[in-house]
Design a protein. Structure first.
Length: 270
């Protein structure tokens, strides 16, 4: 049974074939959905390369969630490809500067970040950049797609459980907590239109982005042993399948929720 037959879905964050978003797009297509990807700048070449391995011919729309006109521009781009309705959107956008990520950075990080040159105004963006890119971007995406959504539409984002503090995750812990708050508020704001907003909290996955985090192995080590169902660090496909379920009409009365896809790790103690 194809759960997304006839549905148009915007997918952000496809960078490589190991991206969670790539596996989500693949699962959406397998379930009959039509996908349009987003990217911008130099990353667009990576998105284009990865998209060639997906079935069909996915269009790539310009979307820089930190740009002031990002939402309005994406709405126009969606209309330009002939979509008069969007049935679903996948938020897979996350970034925080190196000065705010990894061991021994939480107490030293600053709002605007470290200088990247002798120019006092040239910084890496700091804590502010991480929260804007990783959390506020969900609201920006919602502003872009919600004008084209009707009752029954669904927004799905990707989280990493922010109810606890994780070693080496540093200020990304805070950014994910902000993402969870944005999700709850979107559920409230968009619920009157019948639009759902939910997050998937996945266990650690060996993506290109994750392996750049200093100390990622320490964070991931032992997860499979503790998770009741075990855990595969290359388990992006499981997240993709759950994404399909949340986008589908089967889960039609759930919003503001965080669904754990982590082998059950979150449910057990030491």
């Amino acid at each position: 049974m194809k759960l997304l037959e006839g549905k148009n879905v915007i997918v952000t964050g496809v960078m490589t074939k190991d991206s969670i978003a790539y596996h989500a797009a693949q699962a959406i297509i397998e379930h009959g959905g039509t996908v349009a990807l987003t990217s911008f700048g130099r990353a667009a070449k990576l998105t284009d390369r990865a998209s060639r391995s997906l079935d069909g011919n996915q269009q790539i729309l310009e979307f820089d969630a930190t740009h002031p006109e990002a939402a309005a521009n994406l709405t126009k781009e969606i209309r330009a490809i002939g979509w008069d309705e969007v049935h679903g959107a996948v938020h897979s956008i996350g970034f925080t500067p190196q000065s705010t990520l990894g061991p021994d950075t939480f107490m030293s990080a600053t709002w605007h970040g470290e200088k990247t040159s002798d120019d006092i105004d040239n910084t890496d963006g700091g804590i502010a950049a991480g929260i804007q890119t990783s959390a506020v971007s969900l609201q920006v995406l919602a502003n872009a797609v919600s004008p084209l959504m009707k009752e029954g539409a669904s927004i799905v984002g990707y989280d990493f459980d922010a109810t606890v503090a994780w070693p080496v995750y540093s200020w990304m812990n805070v950014a994910k907590a902000a993402l969870e708050a944005v999700n709850r508020n979107l559920a409230l704001e968009l619920g009157t239109k019948g639009i759902r907003s939910n997050l998937i909290s996945a266990g650690p996955l060996r993506t290109t982005a994750a392996t750049k985090i200093e100390g990622f192995s320490e964070l991931a080590d032992g997860w499979s042993d503790k998770a009741p169902l075990g855990w595969d660090l290359k388990g992006q496909a499981s997240v993709g399948k759950t994404t399909v379920a949340l986008l589908s009409d089967l889960i039609d009365a759930t919003s503001g929720e965080i669904i754990h896809v982590d082998g059950g790790y979150h449910a057990v103690g030491a």
